[in-house]
Design a protein around this ligand. Structure first.
Ligand code: PLP
Length: 459
C-alpha cells in the first residue's frame, strides 16, 4: 500500500476529531448557535495563538520521521499529510459546520454539487436506487435523472415527498437513500422531515437532506432524524457570493452494516493492513463513521473535488455573521413577499413563510425563525414580460446564485433549472413566468422600490 493511500486516514481518525471537539468544549462554552458559528472547531493555543483561523495555503505537511510517516500512512496517528485529503483550515470549517448542524463529523468539498453527488453516490454506489422529489435545484435533478444512471444508479422520483404512502410504495430492495431539500429551490416547499426519517429508518434506509436554503441557522435536519446533511456552502453559509464550496455532514447514527450496503461491508485494501494480514471493511474499521470516512477516503481522495483552503477561510469569515445575516434576510424576504402580493401583474408568490401558506404549520414546526431569504413569484403576460423585469432591475443583480449579501434575481426555467425536463419543471412550479429572488442585506424599502419600477416598466 502506498503512503499516499493510507495516510489519508490519519486526518480522519476518531481520536483526531474527538480530541479536538473535547478540548474545545472543555475550554469554552459552546452551547449557543451564534457562539459555535464563531468558535467551534478552533483553538488559538494550537495555532500560535492566532485569534482568527489561519489560512494554511500548503499542499503537503512534513511527516517528520520515517516512523511517524508510516504511522500517519497507516492511520495509526492523527495529522495532516496532503491537502487533497485534509487541510487544517478546511478541517476547522468541517468541525464548525458539524457543530452547527449537530452532526458528528463532516467533509468539505469543492462545491454544493460535489456534496450532493458524493453523498448520493456513496450511499447508492454499485447499482442502488434513490427516492427523491423533483422539486429540487436543477443540477440535482439532472444528476439523478440523466447522469447517475450512466453509473448504474437510478432514481425513483416521487410526486410528493411528504406523501408517506407514495414514498413507502416506492421503496424496493435496492433503495439506498431518500433525498430531499429541506426547503426546496425555488418553490420554498418544506419537507416534513420527521415522519420521512422514521419511514426511512423502518426500512434501514438513510435520509439525506440538502439544507442549503435555510442554512443551519434556521433548520437543523439532524434534530428531526436526518442521517446526512449536505450544503452548498457557496450560498448562505459563506454569505457573500465569493467562494464556491460544499459540505457533507454525518449525524453518525446510521448503521451502514445493516445488509443493504455491500460497499461498507466488503473488505478493502485502502482501510486494511495487508502486510500483517489484517483485513477490514469501512464498517468493521470505522463503525458508525463508515460513511463519512468513505466520502473522504474514496470520493474526495479519488474524485478529488476538494475544497480550496482559501475558500474554507472565506466560509469561516462568512459563518461568523450567519445568525445576523440570515435573520435579517429572512425578515426582509417576508416583507418583500408580502409587498409582491400587492403589486399588479404578480399572479402568485411562493414563500412558505407567509402566514396563510398551506404549509404554515410545517413552517412553524421546523422553521420557527422563518424559511429563509429565497422566494419566487409568477407574473402575468408571457416570457417577454419576465425578460423586461430582469432587464429593468437596478438593485437586484441578475445572476444564477442565492444566499449572497446582495439581492439577486433570476428566471429559473431558462437558467438554474434549464436542464430539468419540462414535465418535472412544471410539477415543481418552474414555469417560464417564474422569477426567483434571493434577498440580501439592503434596505427592504429600496428592494421593494426596485421591484415596483422593474415590474411597472415591463408592461
Ligand atoms: N443545492 C441547492 C439547494 C442549490 O440551490 C445549489 C445551487 O444553487 C446547489 C445545491 C449546488 O451548489 P453549488 O453551486 O455550490 O455547486
Amino acid at each position: 500500500m502506498t503512503q499516499g493511500t493510507l495516510n489519508q486516514q490519519s486526518q480522519v481518525t476518531n481520536e483526531d476529531s474527538n480530541t479536538r471537539g473535547t478540548s474545545d468544549c472543555e475550554s469554552r462554552i459552546l452551547d449557543g448557535f451564534a457562539t459555535r458559528s464563531v468558535h467551534a472547531g478552533y483553538t488559538p493555543d494550537d495555532n500560535r495563538d492566532s485569534s482568527s483561523v489561519p489560512l494554511y495555503q500548503s499542499v503537503a505537511y512534513g511527516m517528520e520521521t520515517a516512523e511517524r510517516g508510516d504511522a500517519l500512512a497507516g492511520g495509526e496517528t492523527a495529522g495532516f499529510s496532503y491537502s487533497r485529503v485534509a487541510n487544517p483550515t478546511v478541517a476547522v470549517l468541517e468541525q464548525r459546520l458539524a457543530a452547527l448542524e449537530g452532526g458528528s463529523s463532516a467533509v468539505a468539498v469543492g462545491s454544493g454539487m460535489a456534496a450532493v453527488s458524493y453523498a448520493l453516490l456513496c450511499a447508492a454506489e454499485g447499482g442502488g436506487r434513490i427516492i427523491s422529489p423533483t422539486d429540487l435545484y436543477g443540477a440535482s435533478v439532472d444528476a439523478m435523472e440523466t447522469f447517475f444512471p450512466q453509473f448504474g444508479i437510478h432514481t425513483d422520483f416521487v410526486h410528493d415527498i411528504n406523501d408517506l404512502a407514495e414514498v413507502e410504495s416506492t421503496i424496493g430492495p435496492d433503495t439506498r437513500a431518500i433525498f430531499a431539500e429541506s426547503v426546496a429551490n425555488p418553490s420554498t416547499e418544506i419537507t416534513d422531515l420527521k415522519p420521512l426519517a422514521d419511514l426511512a429508518h423502518r426500512h434501514g434506509i438513510p435520509l439525506i437532506v440538502d439544507n442549503t436554503i435555510p442554512t443551519p441557522y434556521l433548520l437543523r435536519p439532524i434534530e428531526f432524524g436526518a442521517d446526512v446533511v449536505v450544503h452548498s456552502t457557496t450560498k448562505g453559509i459563506t454569505g457573500h457570493g465569493n467562494a464556491l464550496g460544499g459540505v457533507i455532514i454525518d449525524a453518525g447514527h446510521f448503521d451502514w452494516a445493516n445488509g443493504r450496503f455491500p460497499q461498507f461491508t466488503a473488505n478493502e485494501l485502502v482501510v486494511s493492513d495487508e502486510r500483517h494480514g489484517q483485513w477490514h471493511s469501512f464498517a468493521s474499521r470505522f463503525g458508525k463513521d463508515a460513511y463519512i470516512r468513505r466520502i473522504r477516503i474514496k470520493y474526495v481522495r479519488t474524485f478529488g473535488a476538494v475544497m480550496a483552503p482559501f475558500n474554507a477561510y472565506l466560509s469561516l469569515v462568512g459563518l461568523e455573521t450567519i445568525s445576523q445575516r440570515v435573520r435579517q434576510q429572512t425578515v426582509s424576504a417576508l416583507a418583500v413577499a408580502e409587498h409582491l402580493r400587492t403589486l399588479p401583474h404578480v399572479t402568485h408568490v411562493n414563500y412558505s413563510g407567509l402566514a396563510d401558506h398551506p404549509q404554515h404549520a410545517l413552517a412553524e414546526q421546523y422553521l420557527p425563525h422563518g424559511v429563509g431569504q429565497i422566494l419566487s413569484f409568477t407574473v402575468d403576460g408571457d416570457e417577454t414580460n419576465v425578460y423586461r423585469i430582469l432587464d429593468h432591475t437596478k438593485l437586484f443583480s441578475y445572476v444564477p446564485n442565492i444566499g449572497d449579501a446582495r439581492s439577486l434575481i433570476v428566471n429559473p426555467s431558462r437558467i438554474t433549472h434549464r436542464e430539468v425536463p419540462e414535465v418535472y419543471r412544471i410539477a415543481a412550479g418552474v414555469s417560464d413566468n417564474l422569477i426567483r429572488l434571493s434577498i440580501g442585506l439592503e434596505d427592504v424599502a429600496d428592494l421593494n422600490a426596485d421591484l415596483d419600477q422593474a415590474i411597472a416598466n415591463a408592461y
